[in-house]
Design a protein around this ligand. Structure first.
Ligand SMILES: NC(=O)C1=CN([C@@H]2O[C@H](COP(=O)(O)OP(=O)(O)OC[C@H]3O[C@@H](n4cnc5c(N)ncnc54)[C@H](OP(=O)(O)O)[C@@H]3O)[C@@H](O)[C@H]2O)C=CC1
Ligand SMILES: N[C@@H](CC(=O)OP(=O)(O)O)C(=O)O
Length: 344
């Protein structure tokens, strides 16, 4: 029987992607949609300015949107996908967890909290058991799991693949799509014929979340990886797909061939939304490109290319679909991991 799920922040850009991914999902059944007070009481069709490139599913269009509070969500809903502004997530996610709901959240609040698992299932699924610590410490019947920032998700899998060579320093420069800022994030006058070399708090997220994701969980606590990461983040006028330029210095010698093999052979995980081939490595020096390659693996794979040896170690480019692998798809995959591991 399908697990009954809800979407917190269902009318937003990521919420719409969540609905697109969850509606046909055989393991999950959408039973609750929440948003702000101004949407509560309306049908989903009335409340959401639908912008995903497939129609609103009929049964979803007719559902009533509720306020984002535990009393408004039916008790038989077990799992909530959260795509709220982080300031709102910080306020409302804990009461839901206290009330017994398991929350798979895309919002940035609490990502770095010691007892909150920050998960990319193909990279650090074992960190999920941090939930036992979380439940002990917070006394929750529910649980809170986070997926990382979309730009972090794009480059960390490639680092995980190279970790066997001993990661020392990483430099990463991003070229991020406008959808990452949400529909009202950057105006056309700001971004057309332009690039903006600043995205608030983004660099810090790449530098800190990556070390947590690559860290080790010993069953009681999580120690962060020692790799030093420096990031520079830029907004460019693409719609979807974050492209990143990466330089990695390692303890052991790392050739292009070694790196290509390590990335290509890095395993996926046996979950429905995880692609068969997790990291695709292109030989063509001008790939990956956002428009051509963001939908590889139904938008859930990581693409890499342009591998070369440089003065600052191995250099390459990588790409992921920011609203699928980097946001909604990442939360759904964490939901599948929670189910697989008996947390639902
Ligand atoms: N866009 C992207 O690519 C990515 C976004 N994220 C993160 O995901 C989250 C959502 O982003 P996005 O979908 O773009 O944001 P949107 O602004 O498009 O959507 C926000 C959602 O939250 C609801 N909401 C807003 N304020 C409140 C409130 N006070 N109480 C309850 N619900 C509220 C909105 O409801 P209403 O319609 O009623 O206002 C809407 O459903 C953010 O934390 C963002 O940083 C992460 C990665 C990528
Ligand atoms: N800041 C990201 C999107 C985002 O919302 O990130 P986060 O989930 O860390 O808030 C971007 O602009 O592309």
């Amino acid at each position: 029987m399908a697990v009954r799920v809800g979407v917190l922040g269902a009318t937003g850009a990521v919420g719409q992607r969540l609905i697109q991914l969850l509606e046909p999902h055989p393991e999950f059944e959408i039973a609750a949609l929440t948003a702000s007070e101004s949407s509560a009481g309306k049908t989903y069709e009335q409340a959401a300015k639908w912008r995903v490139n497939s129609p609103i599913p009929d049964d979803i269009a007719e559902m009533t949107v509720t306020a984002t509070e535990p009393d408004a969500v039916p008790d038989d809903v077990d799992l909530l996908f959260s795509s709220l502004p982080s300031s709102v997530g910080a306020e409302v996610e804990p009461p839901f967890c206290e009330d017994g709901y398991v929350v798979s959240s895309n919002s940035s609040n609490s990502r770095m909290a010691d007892d909150v698992p920050l998960i990319i299932p193909e990279v650090n699924a074992d960190h999920l058991d941090l939930l036992e610590v979380q439940r002990d410490e917070r006394g929750w019947d529910g649980a809170l799991v986070k997926n990382p920032n979309c730009s972090t998700i794009t480059f960390v899998p490639t680092l995980a693949a190279l970790a066997e060579f001993g990661l020392e320093t990483v430099h990463v420069a991003t070229l991020q799509a406008v959808s990452g800022a949400g529909y009202d994030g950057v105006t056309s006058m700001e971004i057309i014929d332009n690039a903006i070399p600043y995205i608030g708090s983004e660099e810090d997220k790449l530098e800190t979340e990556s070390r947590k994701l690559l860290g080790e969980f010993d069953g009681a606590s999580l120690s962060q990886d020692g790799v030093e990461v420096a990031a520079s983040c830029n907004r460019i006028p693409t719609i979807d797909g974050h492209l990143e330029n990466v330089w990695v210095e390692t303890e052991e010698e790392l050739t292009v061939e070694d790196a290509k093999t390590a990335m290509t052979e890095y395993p996926s995980i046996d979950l429905r939304s995880s692609p068969d081939q997790f990291i695709h490595v292109f030989d063509d020096p001008d790939r990956p490109q956002p428009r051509m390659d963001r939908t590889i693996g139904d938008g859930m794979a990581i693409a890499a290319g342009g591998l070369r040896e440089s003065t600052f170690g191995l250099q390459y480019n990588c790409l992921a679909h920011n609203t699928i692998r980097g946001a909604a798809g990442a939360s759904v995959l964490n939901g599948e991991l929670l189910l697989e591991n008996g947390y639902l």
